[in-house]
Ligand binder design. Structure first.
Ligand code: KMH
Ligand code: ZN
Length: 270
């Protein structure tokens, strides 16, 4: 098995400081948290940013500042979000890709998202994929439903993307695929050969799905974007605390944890 890539999704677009006061929102807070997660064993950060009022934004300048602050501190892989927040236009969402981060997310289908709709029609998907290729940015295919794997493969058949792709299964979103191990197995079995994959379990599904992924040879995403609790009724103190727990479980299961450069090799970034 490859070494384990731990991605940390430290801020997201939906969580507020009211829900967890430890949520990092300013560029400085986000960079410090990314650094603490790197020290704890994360090799990739999934990045969202907020404006001065703490609202989600895809503002290129705020992304730029945050990325600079992270890079001053460590060599963690930076993966920007093109999902942003529900309701954002495709022009807003694509902005951070033009900063040429190493990776960016690419959700290959529309999905209900709680009471909202996370809108990803074919036109958006193609536009994001084409721009990522132009900028030399590797996509991480965000899969909220099994059909999204096939949608990504359609981009490969049309010559826009190349296999092997890296996938992230976002499981347990109300409106998307439920976060069960049975569903995880189905997703993994639906992948083309040589794909790499990770799991982001939402809420209480984070820990069991992370553990299953470590056993199955996948990779893991944790963080406040997906889950603000350490355990039932107990808020997490930091994103690093969630990373540290994954590292402990991986060690117990005899799976080594990848450094950022080892993760780059596994993902074909270098
Ligand atoms: N905030 C969600 C609507 C991504 O980062 O690419 C979308 C999201 C996915 O977070
Ligand atoms: Zn995200």
């Amino acid at each position: 098995m490859d070494k384990l890539i731990i991605t940390v999704a430290i801020t997201g677009a939906e969580v507020t400081k009211e829900q967890n006061p430890n949520l990092p929102v300013t560029p400085e807070e986000i960079a410090e948290e990314a650094y603490r997660c790197y020290l704890a064993g994360a090799s990739m950060v999934h990045l969202h940013v907020r404006d001065k009022d703490g609202k989600p934004t895809q503002d290129k300048e705020i992304f730029k500042r945050t990325m600079e602050l992270i890079r001053e501190r460590c060599n963690i892989i930076i993966q920007v979000s093109t999902g942003g927040a529900v309701g954002m236009t495709k022009e807003e969402r694509i902005q951070p890709v033009y900063l040429r981060p190493e990776m960016a997310t690419l959700t290959t289908g529309t999905v209900n998202f709680g009471e909202d709709v996370f809108y990803n029609p074919p036109e958006y998907i193609e536009h994001f994929a084409v721009e990522m290729v132009k900028m030399g940015v590797k996509p991480e295919i965000e899969v909220f439903e099994v059909g999204m794997i096939e949608n990504a493969q359609r981009l490969v058949k049309r010559g826009i993307l190349k296999n092997p792709l890296h996938y992230d299964f976002v499981m347990g979103v109300p409106g998307g695929i439920p976060g069960t191990v049975k569903n995880l197995l189905h997703l993994v079995e639906s992948l083309p050969p040589n794909s790499t994959w990770s799991v982001a379990g939402i809420g209480r599904t984070e820990l069991p799905l992370a553990t299953a992924s470590i056993i199955l040879g996948g990779h893991v995403r944790v963080g406040f974007e997906d889950n603000i609790y350490y355990k039932k009724g107990v808020l997490a103190e930091s994103n690093a605390q969630l990373v540290e727990r994954v590292v402990r479980i991986a060690r117990e299961l005899d799976r080594e944890v990848a450094t950022p450069d080892e993760a780059r090799k596994i993902l074909g970034l270098i």
